[in-house]
Design a protein around this ligand. Structure first.
Ligand code: ADP
Ligand code: MG
Length: 731
């Protein structure tokens, strides 16, 4: 019965690393080979076209159809020379991941010279109409009006995968609502750009543009393909729904610093080669804390592009893993009892003149600018902490947040000693200080002294979900499988809205005759006071923090469906609408999708859990119980009753124990099925998700508890599912 498990273990243990033959060149020589980047554009586009495209990319100017025609012609020529035969609009539906529909370049010509030619026009580049009715839209797109349009995003370069030219696009409904992540992301980036420029101009009138930068760190697990295939829960839900902890897991902390296993090294090498070909500047690769857990991170880049690159690398990694006979797990919590996977989002803002707005400066003016952006970010995160949490929440990530190795389900900001001291100093300086604020006074405030000490001394509080790390903020609560856009839309939007408020305050104060520096100091002081509750330097994993956070009025909700409510609160709707990122209708529609996705995930997990219990666990437990009964029965034949009882006391106890666990599993599975039936009757997406959370999901842990107990009792030879020690330690 358990043959599959042992076959899988055998197969997995015998595997050798797959030999990877990389390009014989330096990465710099083939970097971006598959990308229609600026270098390629300059070869395939006329000077005029190139100039217009760059204006569209750098200044957000609209591209006209004739220009699109020219670009399409150049792009097609490049793509065909690279061997591409098809093209697709590559977009980011709300299901996570990416979607594509391939069309070939060929077109039919009628008339005397009828036949086919390769054609790719500006129209096809600029716009496509995929049959989009199967993508979630939260009811925006009725099925009878199933139209959705994809539209070219020139700011992210096209690339080639296998034989297909992939064109990054936004995905919108017939009536213009966003059906994807990219549309609101581009709007949020534009909002934060505009708002930041206005604030920067108070300090440096020559600033024209502010870029949002993102550097993601992608964590993941690798599991041998054969073992994965023998675990229906992993195959169907991407996580293990049962499995007793391995005797050894991560207690020795030997994996993090350990050597990377050879099979994994060759996987990583191939990922790097491919990433470079796609212009993704991977920089770091290492083991993570849990066994068989790893991380890669590129050099940061412009947020829109970094998001696309992250999505691309996730799909490349899936493909490459298969070649190496691995299965890539991007789930936030594939295994209980060991660390889950996140995707730290390192985020910063930088001017077109090269000033990092979260980089402490060398002069007082630079530092006042730095403190201005820091404090506004702090206040934005404070005011919208519930929304930021909603932006990273999912059925998967819920397992990770609040567990003992990950940020809690409470958003707080860690600043570190030095920065905290600077803010305290501003907060507690007297009014008189401000009135006489001049270059020297600012030095006395200590702001000008930040850089020398700061760069080397950023203490790293690993328990904070949102930490300042020297020249950027690190949003650590983002899930490993997520599209970074959700977090980046929320973060850039709240900061944009906050900077607009700040600028208004300064303008009002200055109109009343206040000097600029004083207006800034006064406003910052008030903001520092207001945002104080979100600052937390202690251990975010502790129970005391949960109590304290509640007192401070931070959002402490832990139920995923309820956390999503933050998207449609009055404050969030006003904030998103005020900067034109998402309107109320879109926000409601997107929440519908979130609730539906949550329900579906729990529903699938509940079904798989039930099936595994009935088809794997209970039969095996009963089989082993029969062996014990048989033994006990035979004892009685061979020995007198008293002796037989004595000799088989342990067996008898085990038989009862098994019976108890089996009966507990059966009862709870039955109850769970009933709860599911009741929840399924609910029509409202939110109500249904809440029911799944409150009445279905609650059975998972208790069922698992009994299954895991049985795993410890039942004969290893009979157990059908690969165990944690096999899943986590074979590579
Ligand atoms: P750690 O694991 O110590 O947090 P890593 O070096 O692994 O740090 O990852 C840091 C990530 O932050 C990298 O992707 C890096 O490029 C990125 N990063 C560094 N500076 C900035 C910045 N100013 N803005 C955005 N991202 C940054
Ligand atoms: Mg980090």
């Amino acid at each position: 019965m358990s043959i599959l498990r042992f076959k899988a273990v055998e197969e997995a243990s015998k595997r050798e690393p797959v030999e990877v033959i990389g390009p014989k060149k330096l990465p710099s020589e083939y970097f971006g080979k598959y990308v229609f980047n600026r270098t390629q554009m300059s070869k395939y586009l006329s000077k005029e076209t190139m100039k217009t495209v760059l204006e569209a990319i750098d200044q957000g100017k609209t591209l006209h159809r004739e220009i699109a025609d020219h670009v399409a012609a150049g792009m097609k020529m490049w793509a065909m020379e690279m061997g591409a035969t098809h093209y697709t609009h590559w977009f980011q539906p709300l299901t996570e991941g990416t979607a594509e529909k391939h069309d070939s370049f060929i077109d039919y010509i009628n008339g005397p010279d009828s036949g086919i030619i390769e054609r790719f026009s500006g129209k096809l580049l600029a716009q496509q109409e995929p049959d989009a009715s199967s993508f979630p839209s939260g009811g925006i797109r009725n099925t009878f009006e199933a139209r959705g349009y994809t539209a070219w995003d020139p700011s992210s370069p096209a690339f080639i995968i296998d034989d297909t030219l992939c064109i990054p696009t936004v995905f919108i409904s017939y009536t213009g609502e966003a059906l994807d992540y990219k549309t609101p992301l581009l709007k949020a980036l534009s909002a934060v750009d505009k708002a930041s420029v206005e604030v920067c101009k108070l300090f440096y009138p020559d600033v024209r543009k502010v870029y949002s930068f993102l550097g993601w760190e992608q964590e993941y697990f690798l599991v041998d393909q054969a073992l994965y295939a023998a675990r229906p829960d992993l195959s169907l839900t991407d996580r293990t729904l049962m499995g007793h902890e391995s005797a050894k897991n991560q207690q020795l902390e030997d994996h993090y610093f350990g050597a990377i296993p050879p099979r994994v090294t060759s996987f990583m090498q191939e990922v790097e080669f491919e990433a470079y070909k796609y212009g993704i500047p991977l920089k770091t690769r290492h083991n993570e804390v849990a066994p068989n857990q790893f991380e890669i991170a590129p050099i940061y880049g412009e947020t829109n592009l970094a998001v696309d690159q992250n999505l691309l690398i996730m799909s490349l990694m899936h493909k490459i893993a298969a070649k190496h006979k691995f299965k890539l797990l991007l789930h936030e919590k594939p295994f209980a009892g060991v660390n889950g996977s996140g995707k730290h989002n390192n985020w910063s803002l930088c001017t077109d003149t090269g000033i990092g707005l979260f980089t402490p400066g060398k002069t007082a003016n630079e530092n006042l600018l730095f403190v201005t952006f820091l404090v506004n970010t702090l206040l934005a995160v404070y005011k919208h902490n519930g929304l930021l949490k909603a932006s990273i929440m999912s059925a998967n990530n819920a397992h990770r947040l609040g567990a003992n190795e990950a940020p809690p389900a409470i958003i707080s900001v860690f600043l570190g000693k030095q920065i905290s001291a600077v803010l305290d100093k501003i907060e507690f300086s007297s009014e008189d200080d401000d009135i006489t604020v001049d270059e020297l006074k600012k030095m006395q405030l200590g702001i000008a002294h930040i850089p020398e000490v700061l760069v080397d001394n950023t203490d790293r509080n690993r328990t904070s979900p949102f930490a300042f790390t020297g020249n950027r903020f690190e949003f650590r609560a983002v899930g490993s499988s997520a599209n970074c856009s959700a977090a980046m839309i929320a973060l850039n939007s709240v900061v944009a809205a906050q900077l607009i408020d700040f600028k208004k305050e300064i303008d009002i104060k200055m109109q009343k005759g206040m000097k600029k520096e004083q207006a800034i100091f006064d406003t910052l002081r008030a903001f520092i006071k207001e945002s104080k509750p979100v600052r937390f330097e202690g251990n975010g994993y502790s129970d005391e923090w949960k109590q304290e956070a509640k007192k401070r009025g931070l959002d402490c909700e832990t139920s995923t469906p309820l956390i999503y409510d933050a998207y449609i609160s009055k404050e969030s709707v006003e904030m998103f609408e005020s900067i034109g990122v998402l309107n109320e209708k879109e926000l409601h529609a997107r929440n519908e999708v979130k609730w539906e996705t949550y329900t579906k995930k729990i529903q699938i997990e509940a079904r798989v859990l039930g099936d595994l219990c009935m088809n794997h666990i209970i039969p095996v437990a009963t089989e082993y119980q029969t062996v014990l009964l048989d033994n006990l029965y035979k004892m009685r034949i061979v020995f007198d009753k008293e002796k037989a009882d004595k000799l088989s006391r342990e067996d008898a106890a085990l038989i009862e124990e098994i019976a108890d666990h089996v009966s507990a599993i059966k009862t709870n599975v039955d109850n769970m099925v009933e709860a599911r039936k009741a929840a399924n009757k609910l029509e409202d997406a939110r109500e249904k998700a809440i029911a799944y959370h409150d009445t279905v999901f609650i059975y998972f842990d208790v069922i698992r508890y009994h299954v895991d107990k049985l795993e410890l009792i039942v004969d290893n030879q009979m157990w059908t599912l690969p165990k944690y020690r096999e899943l986590l330690f074979i590579s």
